[in-house]
Design a protein around this ligand. Structure first.
Ligand SMILES: [Zn+2]
Length: 390
């Protein structure tokens, strides 16, 4: 794919460049130092910083997406990308929950574009589908929250991943040093007041150096949230209570009350706990997570396994096994004991076992304990390293 000059298809008459200077000259600078790549690999637009002697900005844009935008929206997208860079969002999003961090970053950027840089919300988002405070919360909007403050609020309230649309795609690439150089370049010819304004936006008050930003310690999500999200997606249930509390309660929000499904129509969700050693201490949490599923919708079964599968019950929580480890016995057990393949198979293990070829590898969710290995996990299965979680 060629890297195009902006004088080509994207901004043939320089109109966007002019419009950007009207909003703030730093955006024009950002536009002038960016290379644009048209690509259909991403659905919208994405900014990344390319490291090197002179670090550069790469803007990837889907041509169909670009064509679908009004002139105002095109200008907004460039400003949106520039703000992600200036506010170090890639950098600050490391080790966070991606969905919530994406929301937090877009909330900040969209409101900033409207509050400070002269964009009109209805013009840039006529269908009202992007990230705005009032799409998430009824309470009055916070004044100038930092990315981290918004992120923590989102993690606490945990809106559904479809609550709002992102304006763009958010790159995970980024090197701190390259990013700092790019920021310096964007701000090179900016006035002192512009620099100050950006510095304040970044959540860093005052100082000559524009962004002396050190990522704070962000709370990680509990791994149980993977199970909870799956449940919410596959039922009309929502988990309530503060996410930090041990026990989360389920509440119905669009499930007809008292509609107990017949046992055979329930969604099969099976949990398998590796009792061979390193995961045993996680048994109480795993069982609690399994017990949180509503039994009127889900057919929940809990098993222990080593080289064999041992059915156990959520009630007494007895553990069996404690020998070596085989994963193939899980698949064998499913094949001989279930006419319908479970919709979800949650496995908690250190990952040391044998190779398994599940009939539906996509239905398998693997939790790998600290120090464990993901080598034997089927490529199409989902895997979660517990060290990434709380
Ligand atoms: Zn964005």
């Amino acid at each position: 794919m060629d890297i195009l000059g902006k004088t080509n298809l994207i901004d043939p008459d320089g109109a966007i460049s002019n419009a950007l200077s009207y909003h703030y000259s730093i955006f024009q600078t950002f536009w002038s130092i960016s290379s644009v790549k048209l690509t259909e690999k991403i659905p919208t637009a994405q900014v990344s910083v390319i490291p090197g002697e002179t670090p550069a900005v790469l803007l990837e844009i889907n041509p169909k997406f670009w064509e679908s935008l009004s002139f105002k929206q095109k200008t907004f997208i460039i400003v949106h990308e520039c703000l992600h860079v200036l506010l170090a969002h890639t950098y600050r999003m490391k080790n966070t929950d991606k969905d919530m961090a994406n929301f937090a970053a877009d909330l900040i950027v969209n409101h900033t574009a409207v509050d400070r840089f002269g964009f009109v919300r209805e013009e840039i988002d006529p269908d009202n589908k992007l990230c705005w405070w009032d799409r998430f919360w009824k309470e009055p909007r916070w004044i100038n929250p930092t990315f981290e403050e918004l992120y923590q609020k989102l993690i606490k309230d945990m809106p559904s991943a479809s609550a709002a649309q992102l304006a763009d795609c958010h790159s995970e690439a980024g090197e701190d040093e390259a990013w700092e150089k790019v920021v310096d370049k964007i701000l090179e010819n900016a006035s002192e007041s512009q620099k100050r304004a950006i510095s304040q936006l970044a959540g860093h008050q005052g100082g000559d150096k524009i962004i002396q930003y050190k990522p704070p310690i962000v709370h990680k999500r509990k791994w149980e949230s993977v199970i909870q999200n799956w449940v919410m997606k596959h039922s009309g249930y929502k988990y309530e209570d503060n996410w930090r509390q041990e026990h989360r309660r389920l509440s119905q929000y669009d499930v007809p009350a008292n509609l107990e499904l017949h046992q055979k129509n329930k969604i099969k969700v099976w949990f398998f706990l590796d009792t061979s050693g390193s995961c045993e201490h996680l048994a109480p949490r795993f069982m609690k997570a399994a017990a949180s599923l509503p039994t009127d919708r889900f057919d929940v079964k809990l098993f222990c396994f080593d080289t064999k599968v041992y059915p156990t019950s959520l009630k007494d929580g007895k553990l069996y096994g404690f020998g070596g480890t085989r994963f193939s016995c899980i698949e064998q057990y499913i094949q001989s004991n279930s006419d319908v393949y479970p919709k979800a198979v949650f496995v908690i293990t250190d990952g040391f076992g044998d190779k398994v070829n599940p009939e539906l590898p996509k239905n398998w969710h693997w939790f790998i304990c600290q120090g464990g290995s993901a080598e034997l996990i089927p490529a199409l299965s989902k895997q979660y390293k517990l060290e990434d979680y709380e």
